[in-house]
Design a protein around this ligand. Structure first.
Ligand SMILES: [Mn+2]
Length: 313
C-alpha cells in the first residue's frame, strides 16, 4: 500500500492535503511534511483545513500559512492525515480518490488506500514510513514537521506507543537537521496569556470523585469569553488534572457554541479511557480519548460518564 499510495500521488493532477477539524500538531505536521515532499516532486498541491483559525503555537512549521479553509475548484486526490473518521475532514464526498494516513485504533478505513498503523506514535511517523519505504529523500523542513508530530502526540516522549522504532525515527530526523532544542522551546515555552488564565480556572474549579481517583472540570462558553481563551487553548489542558498524584483519570467537559458538549479524557497506566469514549460514540487512544454529546442535562452527563468509569477503575 505504501508503494500504491505513492503511485496514486504521482498520477494525480491536483492533490489536496487535509488535516482534521480542530487541528493539532500531529495532523498539521503530517500534511506539511507531505506538502514539502510533493512540492519538491513537482506536484500541484493544496492544503485544506475546515477550521478557520489554526493554533498559533505551530506558526514555525514550514508552509503553515499555505493552509486555507477553501478547497480548490478542481482536485482529483485527497490525502488525509491523522483523521480517524471521514467526518473529521470537513469536506464533502466526491469523485476524487482518497488516501487515508493515520494511526488511530478506531480508524474507519474510509480511503481508497488506507495506511493506518496503530503502533505508530503519530500520524507523522506513518508519513515517515511512507517516505522511507518509497526511498524518498526527507528535507530538513520535512523532518522538522515529522519531528513535531512525534513530540506532540507523545507529550515529548511521555505517553504510550513509545518503542525503539520511535527513537530510531527521531535519531534519523535529528541527523537530517532537526533542531530538537528549538522545537522544544517553541512548543513548550510559549503559553498564551489566555491559556494561563484558563489553566488557573481549571485548577480552581475541578471536582474529585472515587477517592480522588477521578478529576473532572466543566468549562462553559462564558469562561472561555472571560479568559479570552480560544477553543484550541483548551487542548490538553485536562492533563494538568491527570498529573495530580491520586488521580487516575481526568475529564474535561467543554460546552460547545451550540450547547453540545465535548468531553476529553486522560488516564494513567493501564486504564483504557478509549472504551469510555467508544461507549459514547467517540474515539482516541488508551490514555487519551474524547467524544461529543448533544445538548443534555450537565449533571446527567456527569453521572453517565462516572457510571462508565466505575466499571474500569
Ligand atoms: Mn495523532
Amino acid at each position: 500500500m505504501y508503494i500504491d499510495a505513492y503511485k496514486m500521488m504521482m498520477d494525480a493532477k491536483h492533490i489536496v492535503l487535509v488535516s482534521h477539524i480542530d487541528p493539532d500538531g500531529d495532523t498539521l505536521g503530517s500534511v506539511l511534511a507531505l506538502y514539502d515532499t510533493l512540492k519538491r516532486a513537482g506536484k500541484k498541491v493544496s492544503l485544506f483545513n475546515a477550521t478557520k483559525e489554526l493554533p498559533r503555537i505551530f506558526d514555525f512549521l514550514p508552509n503553515i500559512q499555505k493552509i486555507h479553509n477553501k478547497l480548490p475548484k478542481f482536485y482529483d486526490l485527497v490525502v488525509s492525515c491523522d483523521c480517524g473518521s471521514f467526518d473529521r475532514l470537513g469536506i464533502e464526498k466526491g469523485s476524487y480518490k482518497l488516501i487515508n494516513i493515520d494511526h488511530h485504533l478506531s480508524n474507519e478505513l474510509f480511503g481508497d488506500i488506507n495506511i493506518v498503523d496503530q503502533n505508530s506514535a503519530s500520524a507523522g511517523m506513518v508519513v515517515y514510513d511512507f517516505l522511507t519505504k518509497n526511498s524518498i529523500k526527507i528535507s530538513k523542513d520535512c523532518a522538522t514537521c515529522i519531528y513535531t508530530t512525534i513530540v506532540e502526540d507523545t507529550g515529548f516522549f511521555s505517553y504510550s506507543h513509545l518503542d525503539s522504532s520511535t527513537f530510531e525515527c527521531v535519531a534519523d530526523l535529528v541527523s537530517l537537521g532537526v533542531d530538537a532544542k528549538k522545537v522544544a522551546m517553541l512548543l513548550k515555552s510559549r503559553v498564551s496569556l489566555a491559556k494561563s488564565r484558563l489553566l488557573g480556572f481549571v485548577l480552581n474549579n475541578f471536582d474529585l470523585f472515587f477517592d480522588a481517583q477521578v478529576a473532572l472540570v466543566y468549562i462553559d462558553s462564558e469562561t472561555l469569553v472571560k479568559t479570552g481563551a480560544k477553543r484550541y487553548d483548551t487542548k490538553n489542558i485536562v492533563t494538568v488534572l491527570r498529573d495530580i498524584i491520586t488521580v487516575k483519570v481526568s475529564i474535561m467537559i467543554l460546552e460547545q457554541k451550540n450547547g453540545d458538549y465535548k468531553v476529553s479524557l486522560r488516564s494513567k497506566d493501564d486504564i483504557d479511557v478509549s472504551t469510555i469514549s467508544k461507549f459514547f460514540g467517540g474515539g482516541g487512544h488508551k490514555n487519551s480519548a474524547g467524544f461529543e454529546v448533544e445538548q443534555m442535562d450537565l449533571e446527567k452527563l456527569k453521572e453517565k460518564i462516572l457510571k462508565q468509569l466505575r466499571i474500569i477503575i
